[in-house]
Every structure is written in C-alpha cells, then in structure tokens.
Design a protein around this ligand. Structure first.
Ligand SMILES: C[S@@+](CC[C@H](N)C(=O)[O-])C[C@H]1O[C@@H](n2cnc3c(N)ncnc32)[C@H](O)[C@@H]1O
Length: 229
C-alpha cells in the first residue's frame, strides 16, 4: 500500500534550539497533562532493569531521565542527549535536586550524530522527539540508534502517529505545522514503518490519543542479524 508522504520539517536546527531554549522554563506546564502520561506508559513498557545502560534522546526537562536512573539503580547508567541548552539547564537542576547526578550523564547535541561507540546501550527511549526531525533525518537518527544499541537491545518510541485517513484534529495540527513552523515544528509520522525500515523488529505497538491526535508507543528490538550484515 502506498502511503501519503509525511510533511517535511522546514525550520533550521538553530530555530529548534531557540524554540526549545525559550520553552524550557515552562515546558512542564505544557506537557504534564498531555505528553508526560504517555511518555510514562512508554517507560513502563520499555521495562528498564537494574544495571542497564540507557539513552534518552531529547530529554527535555528531565522527567524520564529520573525514572530511568531509578530503574537502572546504582549499578546502571542513564545518559541523555538534547539539542537545547535551556532544556539541559532545567534537566540538570532537576537531577541535582533528586540527588541522581551520579547515575545520569547529560550531553548537549544533535541526535542525528550520536557521539557514542557502537553496541553500547541496552535500551533507548525517545518521546515526542522523533517527529521533530525532517523526513531524511528520521532514518539517520534511527540508524544511529541501531548502531549504538547492543544486539537484542530495545528501543521505545512515543510519537504522534500519522493515520492514512486524517481526522479533523490531525488536519488542524498539520495546518499549524505548515503555516507556523517555528512554533509547531513537529508533525505526525509513520512510527512503525520508520522503525522497520531502519531494521528494528517491532515487539509491541499501543495506540493512544492526545488532543484527538493518534499517538503510538512502539517497542522494538535490535535484531541479532545486525552482526551478519
Ligand atoms: C517536544 S520536546 C519532548 C521532551 C521530552 N522527551 C518529553 O517527552 O517531555 C522535544 C525535545 O527534543 C529536543 N530536540 C529537538 N531537536 C533535537 C535534536 N536534533 N537532537 C537532540 N534533541 C533535540 C528539544 O530540545 C526538546 O527538549
């Protein structure tokens, strides 16, 4: 079946940094009742264990990193990367207040080029961030995720999902994305298809809604065949 193309993300990275720097101080007010409950469900499904090394891409204000650090315990490690310095500061303060700095390392940078060695992580978590990358970059980010994940490592992507037959909230959202790209810089994507194209094996997909828009929580695995390629 041919699917309609997802919208492109036209704004430059510098604008993404400026937007999230600006949003960082009050981002929690926006996300606490919308994105965060869905991200929490994704974290539960990812089911991180004590001693594991996990990566979060686009950590925002750091809520998920705290949960990941608690899950990995003293013998594990949670590492986060985010492009925004504002988010970096807010997350660093939250982590320091929770006394979890010893288990968490934060990095500031673009997730399209991950500065980690291959086969390093047991699990990767990405919530409401993959849909911010322009179409060709989604494949790059997921291929980077595959590279840094161990064989059999898991990835959880929580993202706004595109439906073939758009409903009214989707059409309104796409309209804002097209005409106000500086403010609405993300758009619904084909989450499962992107993961499969990158070579992941889908393990579980849960469909939810946020503001009438479909959201998918996908758990996938880095298959063993990786080493045979
Ligand atoms: C919509 S927020 C989601 C934050 C968090 N994951 C959550 O669910 O609350 C997207 C986050 O991705 C970060 N981000 C945007 N583009 C990025 C990139 N190219 N590389 C790394 N992080 C990026 C933003 O700075 C922001 O913190």
């Amino acid at each position: 079946m041919t699917r309609s193309e997802i919208s492109r993300v036209a704004r430059p990275k510098g604008q993404a940094i400026a937007t999230y720097d600006c949003l960082s101080r009050w981002y929690d007010c926006l996300s606490s009742s919308s994105e965060w409950p869905l991200a929490e469900q994704g974290l539960n499904k990812l089911n991180v264990n004590a001693g594991e090394t996990v990566l979060e891409i686009g950590f925002g204000t750091g809520h998920a990193l705290l949960a990941l650090a608690n899950a990995v315990g003293e013998s594990g490690r949670a590492i986060g990367i985010d492009i925004s310095q504002g988010m970096f500061k807010v997350a660093s303060n939250r982590i320091a207040r929770a006394n979890l700095s010893c288990r968490i390392t934060l990095g500031q940078g673009d997730a399209a080029a991950l500065c980690f060695q291959a086969n390093y992580f047991d699990a990767i978590f990405i919530s409401f961030t993959l849909e911010l990358f322009d179409t060709p970059e989604i494949a790059i980010v997921l291929s980077e995720c595959r590279r840094v994940l161990k064989v059999d490592g898991r990835i959880c992507v929580v993202a706004m999902a595109r439906d073939e037959h758009e409903n009214l909230p989707q059409r309104i959202y796409e309209w804002f994305h097209q005409y106000l790209p500086a403010y609405v810089d993300c758009r619904p994507i084909y989450v499962q298809m992107a993961l499969m194209k990158a070579g992941f094996q889908i393990q579980q997909v849960t469909r939810k809604q946020m503001w009438g828009l479909p959201v998918e929580i996908c758990i996938a695995q880095n298959p063993r065949e990786k080493n045979d390629e």
